[in-house]
Design a binder for this molecule. Sequence first.
Ligand code: SF4
Length: 447
Amino acid sequence: MSRVALVLAAHGSHISAATAGVVWGYVDRLRRLGLADEVTAGFWKEQPAFSRVLDSVSAEEIVIVPVFTAQGYFTTEVLPAEMGLEGALTRRGAVRIHLTPTVGEHRLLDDIVDARLRAAIAQFNLQPEQSAAAIIGHGTTRNRNSRAAAKAQADRLRALGWLNEVVAVYLDDDPAIPTVYHQTRSRNIIALPYFLAPGSHVTQDVPRALGLTAGQRPESVNGRRVYYCEPVGADASIGAVILELARATGLPFKNREPAGDWAGFPTVGRRALVSALKREGSLRFGQVMLSADRVWRSGDVTATRAFKTPVELRTHLRAAPFRPLSTSDDLPGGWRVDLAAPEQAHAVLETVYPGLVADWAAQRHGNLEVEPLRAVSRRQVGLFRDIHRLPAQVIEQTIKKVCGGCVCQPIWWRGSKAASSKGSELPCRSACNLWLSSAQKLGEAVA
Ligand code: SF4
């Protein structure tokens, strides 16, 4: 039977841990269920990148579930370009890659929306005939389809007719969020963010656009009472939506073996890592030290806390403060993971540096494919299309500033002359999103 991998594709963020954090939460739950041989996530803004995540899985059948609220710019343009997808099914040698519809299009989202609105009505004792629902989507002027899911929800609710008014408004499209006060007349406005993660859009941008100062507490704005709900993605049933989308491909997502907390990780590079660990006794990987029975932050000399699950470890590493680059050289210390078997070291490393073991192993085997900046530009559909045209001093300055604080070597740029000075062997084979964003901004500043 073919091996099956499940890959969640999501946006991620440079400023909010929660945006990708919620996706890693789904990954953790799906791994524990043992429904697929490998489960992981890839991101536009974080690591592993859309363009690299597939290199970390070895399954012959790969199912990509876009954790987005709508078919739009990211799912129809960025994701196919970054992953080299040709549609719902892409064949790459013996590997078949299935791309499912987005989470936000699934019919279970209707139930979540209805439950959220009814919960607000019940909790605050509101009269539906005096209440308007504002379904708040992201939208983007770059792709008109991005608005479709929020609009479809508003149309559906309006047809049901149990609320006085229903509108769809958008953070980055028209009608804009503040128009809710002109479009509706109801005394109460129940504002429901049609977003999957409680990231900075949900916690800052949308409340600000609504004129709210107190987050989810009811507040009076422009003479109306505004009830701000949690985003639809905070619902526990999103995991079931992901599974339904994956199962709709016809592949067998069912219990294989009893899975533990450290099971179900991507497997490329695992054998090479475990062999090296057994052969050498201990290994240094970026800022992580590995031995046959323990993994810890290098340089830790004081007492450390033993983490037993990937959730505990990831929360410790990502949350205080948020590190948008998992390979930045400020890895928090004070932790260790005691290993049940040397194989578990690989899962711990995948938690600390997602996707990186595959590149490390490829480099050791001499088959790491480096992607020059021009090739990165070629697959861009947006802002970074001309990134390779930036003046060399802008590129080098950005490498110094951004890569200088990263445990990886940017070997994609002239073979990385800085490699020996860093004392690290971890390769970076193509420019990451944080680097692209920083270079773009610096290029604009000096232009
Ligand atoms: S581009 Fe630079 S900062 Fe980004 S992962 Fe590579 S080496 Fe690190």
